[in-house]
Design a protein around this ligand. Structure first.
Ligand code: C2E
Ligand code: MG
Ligand code: MG
Length: 448
């Protein structure tokens, strides 16, 4: 069989590669993938060496397919001789081989194996006694350091192999920093595109007055529906935007979209207050106050109908400039809330300096209240703290009716959470306002 014929069997073959007798691509993937699960459970190391024969196409045309086939078989044999019994060897491309080294005591052993393999492949002895010099390049990726799936590991090993070839080395170990750079830069470009191409959307989650049993506003939460990758959550792309200079345009988009849709919502619910999240780097921008003022003017919104949520940890990244910005926003008349309260590391000294109106108790304490008496005590202390500082207190992450009534009886002013409603797109939220028990005055409260 010629190399060309053999190549045709590689892509779909889930079993052995007929030319070399080692695992085909599919078999290599599935065998390694199942070993990854075991390694994960046992906290063990696994490495993948990916190996490519330099200039294989010209070998084909200079020596002919029969010689090319012999070379491929011999490479497979060399790999078999280097591999230990438990390791998995496979032919994963026409001229590409992979060796998965299982249960490695140390990642350095992967380097030793790569060295040994490359040294053994210096010269190939053909069936007719001729010798052919070949050159190979290898890339090495280690689990879990460079990836958690066989796809990612091979991708990383492939990049490392490419670097080895470019830098005239026989092998190269994958580089994590390089990995993030490459994977990210594509996503960053897509995010940049998303801001202008309306792939972003705001969802709204109602905030209610627990004592009056009434909706008071909603938090705008951003969503990115990426056509290629599907849904990407804000926890994933907000840090990306922060690190790549996109957080400012993204914040302006959120702010303006929320205020624009707030105009429509207020037609149904005049007291409605819109809450928007701000992240660390925007808070340190001196222009922010000016931009918020302009957005309020554009959407003809009274400043007290806008609530800005900032986390303690965002403030603490640049405390001086952030506190100055918060003062500027407060002077505008905008309401300010400390989000995820209790999870940061701010001291009471800083709390005293923060010109905020509201403490938003982090959901980790709220979710635990029903089962953990200490979480209940922490929540009660935060409510008391808020009262002592004359701040309004809201609890986020209310997932059941017990927690809702517990918070109400503890004196917590406001609440938000899946029990009241999950975040909804604009249309669903408008319908929710029309139908919800939280917007119908005089209705009895739900059963406890
Ligand atoms: P956050 O501001 O603390 O928002 C609350 C998060 O908790 C939201 O997640 C919300 O969907 C979720 N949540 C609300 N109630 C419950 C509940 O009862 N149970 C559970 N399990 N979760 C609940 P989401 O939408 O994924 O947002 C995550 C974070 O992303 C937000 O945390 C906020 O920090 C950030 N974020 C969202 N939108 C924006 C934005 O437009 N700009 C900026 N800078 N950050 C945003
Ligand atoms: Mg928030
Ligand atoms: Mg929060």
């Amino acid at each position: 069989m010629t190399a060309r014929h053999a190549a045709g069997t590689i892509g779909n073959n889930r079993l052995m590669d007929t030319l070399t007798g080692i695992a085909g691509r599919g078999e290599f993937f599935s065998a390694t993938d199942s070993m990854l699960c075991e390694h994960e459970q046992q906290d063990a190391t696994l490495a993948v060496i990916l190996l490519n024969i330099k200039g294989f196409r010209s070998i084909n045309s200079v020596y002919g397919y029969s010689v090319a086939d012999q070379i491929l078989r011999q490479v497979a044999e060399c790999i078999q001789s280097v591999k230990r019994q438990q390791d998995i060897a496979g032919r994963v491309g026409v001229d590409e081989f992979a060796l998965a080294l299982l249960n490695l005591k140390s990642p350095h052993l992967a380097e030793l194996a790569a060295n040994k393999l490359i040294a053994s492949l210096d010269e190939i002895l053909l069936d007719d006694g001729r010798r052919v010099d070949i050159k190979v390049h290898a890339g090495v990726a280690v689990f879990p350091e460079h990836g958690g799936t066989i796809d990612v590991l091979l991708q990383q090993a492939d990049r490392a192999m490419y670097t080895a070839r470019e830098t005239y080395q026989s092998y190269q170990i994958a580089d994590n920093s390089q990995q993030t750079g490459i994977v990210t830069s594509g996503l960053v470009r897509e995010l940049e595109h998303a801001i202008t191409k309306s792939e972003l959307e705001l969802y709204y989650q109602p905030k209610v007055d627990l004592q009056q049993h009434r909706m008071i506003g909603a938090e705008a939460l951003i969503r990115w529906n990426n056509p290629g990758r599907g849904f990407i959550g804000p926890d994933e792309f907000i840090p990306l935007a922060e690190d790549n200079g996109l957080i400012f345009p993204l914040t302006l988009w959120s702010l303006n979209t929320a205020l624009r849709q707030g105009v429509e919502i207020r037609r149904l619910w005049p007291d409605f207050r819109m809450a928007v999240n701000l992240s660390a780097s925007t808070l340190a921008e001196y222009e922010l106050v000016e931009l918020v003022m302009r957005a309020l003017r554009t959407w003809d919104t009274s400043p007290d109908k806008l609530m800005i949520e900032v986390t303690e940890s965002a403030v603490m990244k640049n405390p001086d400039s952030s506190i100055e910005t918060l003062h500027g926003l407060r002077e505008l008349g905008v309401r300010l809330s400390i989000d995820d309260f209790g999870t940061g590391y701010s001291s009471f000294g800083y709390l005293k300096q923060l010109p905020v109106h509201e403490l938003k108790i982090d959901q980790s304490f709220v979710k635990g209240m029903a089962t953990d008496v200490n979480d209940g005590r922490i929540v009660q202390s935060m409510i008391n703290l808020g009262e002592n500082f004359e701040l309004s207190v809201i609890a986020e992450g209310i997932e059941d009716v017990q927690t809702l009534y517990q918070l109400k009886s503890m004196g917590c002013h406001h609440g938000q959470g899946y029990y009241i409603s999950k975040p909804m797109d604009r249309e669903k939220f408008l319908n929710w306002i029309a139908d919800s028990e939280w917007t119908r005055p005089g209705l009895p409260e739900p059963a406890k």
